[in-house]
Write a protein that binds this ligand. Structure first.
Ligand code: PLP
Length: 403
C-alpha cells in the first residue's frame, strides 16, 4: 500500500481541526456498498468492523436508503411536541418483534443506556419502594455502555474515567461472568443489574454458559430489573435476533442502538413493559430528535431488512464457518479465538505486541479491522456478507496471521 497525497491531505486536515479523541487507521473512505468500502485512492477494502455493528445490514442497503429518501421528501423532524406518521408504526414493529409492551426512542446508544438507568431508578422508587436517591444498579467490570459522565462513572477502564469526575454514584461493580459476586452484591436497595450479553468493546468476552439464565433467575427472585445492553450484540449479530436468546433469558429492559439505524441514521431505543416505562410522565425525559420521522422510517426499514434477509440465520451459519476458518489457520500469534455468530475476537499473544500492527497489515491486504482492548482483533463484518467473501477474507488473514 502506497501512501498517496490525497489521503495525507485529508488526514492532515483532520489532525489540524479535530479533537484527538480517536486514533483511526490511516484510510480515508469515500464510498461504501454492502460489505465493501473504497478509499479516496480507489483502493477497495472489506469492512470487518461494520462501525462497531451499526452496519449489520451493510453499507447503503437499497431498501434503507430508499426509506430515507422517501421520508426526506416528506418530513424529517417534528419534535415530540407534535405527532408524526412514522414513529408509531416503527415502535409497533419493534415492540411486536422483540416482545415488549412499550418502547422509548432515542438517538445514540449512550442516550438509550441513560434512559434505562433513569427508568430503573424511578421504577425502584415508585414501584419497588426503594427510598429516594438510594437505588443501586449492579454493573460488570470491563463493561462498555457509552461515554456520558454517568456511564463512565461505572466504567472499570481508568482511561475512560480519568479527569472526568466527579462521578455519578449509585453503581456497584462486580466481575463479569461471576454469579456469586452478583448475588452477593444484591441489597434491598438494588433496583437493577445492567450487563452486555457479550462484552464487545471489552475484547469480545463471552460469559460462561448459563450466566444470563441465572442472572434472569436472580433478578426475578430479588425483584430487580434485568437490563441487557444489546446495542452491539442485538439485531442479528450473534446468530439470534438478540443474544439473550441463546439462553432464553429475556431481560426486563432491552437496550438497542447501532444497527437499529441501519448504518444510516442514529436510532436507539429502550424496550420494557408498561410497568417499567410507565414511570415516565410527560416532561420527565425526552430528546429533540428522539422518535423523529426520518429516523423512524429508517429504523422501520432496518428492522424489515433484518427479517427479510434472515440476518440472524446468516450470522449463525457464516459465523461458524468464519470461526472454523480462523481456527484452522493455526496461527502462532494467536492466544485465543472466541465469539458468537459474526462477532469474533482474535486475541494476539502479548509477546507479539499489541493487535494494532496486525490491523495495519490486514489493512494493507484489503481488510479493515480495529483492535479492541490492545490485544484483540475484532472481526465483525456486515451480516450480509457471503461465504465467498469470507473465503476472500480468510485468504488475506492467512497471509497476516498464518504460520
Ligand atoms: C456502542 C455501544 C454503546 C454506545 O453507543 P453510542 O451510540 O456510541 O453512544 C453502548 N453500549 C454498547 C454495548 C455499545 O457497543
Amino acid at each position: 500500500m502506497v501512501f498517496l497525497a490525497r489521503t495525507e491531505e485529508f488526514i492532515r486536515e483532520v489532525d489540524r481541526y479535530s479533537a484527538r479523541n480517536y486514533n483511526p487507521l490511516p484510510v480515508v473512505i469515500e464510498r461504501g456498498e454492502g460489505v465493501w468500502v473504497w478509499d479516496v485512492e480507489g483502493n477497495k477494502y472489506l469492512d470487518m468492523l461494520s462501525a462497531y455493528s451499526a452496519l449489520n445490514q451493510g453499507h447503503r442497503h437499497p431498501k434503507i436508503i430508499s426509506a430515507l429518501m422517501e421520508q426526506a421528501g416528506k418530513c424529517t423532524l417534528t419534535s415530540r411536541a407534535f405527532h408524526n406518521e412514522t414513529m408509531g408504526p416503527f415502535l409497533k414493529t419493534l415492540c411486536e418483534l422483540a416482545g415488549y409492551g412499550k418502547a422509548l426512542p432515542m438517538n445514540t446508544g449512550a442516550e438509550a443506556v441513560e434512559t434505562a438507568i433513569k427508568a430503573a431508578r424511578k421504577w425502584g422508587l415508585v414501584r419497588k419502594g426503594v427510598p429516594e436517591n438510594q437505588g443501586e444498579i449492579i454493573v460488570c467490570e470491563n463493561n462498555f455502555h457509552g461515554r456520558t459522565v454517568t456511564i463512565i462513572s461505572f466504567s472499570s477502564e481508568e482511561q475512560y474515567r480519568y479527569g472526568f469526575g466527579p462521578y455519578t454514584p449509585g453503581f456497584v461493580l462486580v466481575p463479569y461472568g461471576d454469579l456469586e459476586a452478583l448475588e452477593k452484591a444484591i441489597t434491598p436497595h438494588t433496583v437493577a443489574v445492567l450487563a452486555e450479553p457479550i462484552q464487545g468493546e471489552g475484547g469480545v468476552v463471552v460469559p460462561p454458559q448459563g450466566y444470563l439464565a441465572k442472572m434472569r433467575e436472580l433478578a426475578t427472585e430479588h425483584n430487580l430489573l434485568m437490563m441487557l445492553d444489546e446495542i452491539q450484540t442485538g439485531l442479528g449479530r450473534t446468530g439470534r435476533l438478540f443474544a439473550y436468546e441463546h439462553e432464553g433469558a429475556k431481560p426486563d429492559v432491552l437496550i438497542l442502538g447501532k444497527a437499529l439505524g441501519g448504518g444510516v441514521y442514529p436510532v436507539s431505543a429502550v424496550l420494557a413493559s408498561e410497568e417499567v416505562l410507565g414511570v415516565f410522565n410527560p416532561g420527565d425525559h425526552g430528546s429533540t430528535f428522539g422518535g423523529n420521522p426520518l429516523g423512524a422510517a429508517v429504523a422501520q426499514a432496518a428492522l424489515e431488512v433484518i427479517l427479510e434477509e434472515d440476518l440472524p440465520g446468516r450470522a449463525e451459519q457464516l459465523g461458524n464457518y468464519f470461526l472454523e476458518g480462523l481456527k484452522a489457520l493455526n496461527s502462532p500469534y494467536v492466544r485465543e479465538i472466541r465469539g458468537r455468530g459474526l462477532l469474533i475476537g482474535v486475541e494476539i499473544k502479548t509477546e507479539y505486541g499489541s493487535a494494532r500492527p496486525f490491523c495495519q497489515r490486514l489493512m494493507a491486504e484489503g481488510l479493515l479491522c480495529k483492535e479492541t482492548h490492545e490485544q484483540t482483533i475484532r472481526f465483525a463484518p456486515p451480516l450480509v456478507i457471503s461465504k465467498e467473501e469470507i473465503d476472500w477474507a480468510l485468504e488475506r488473514i492467512q497471509k497476516v496471521l498464518g504460520a
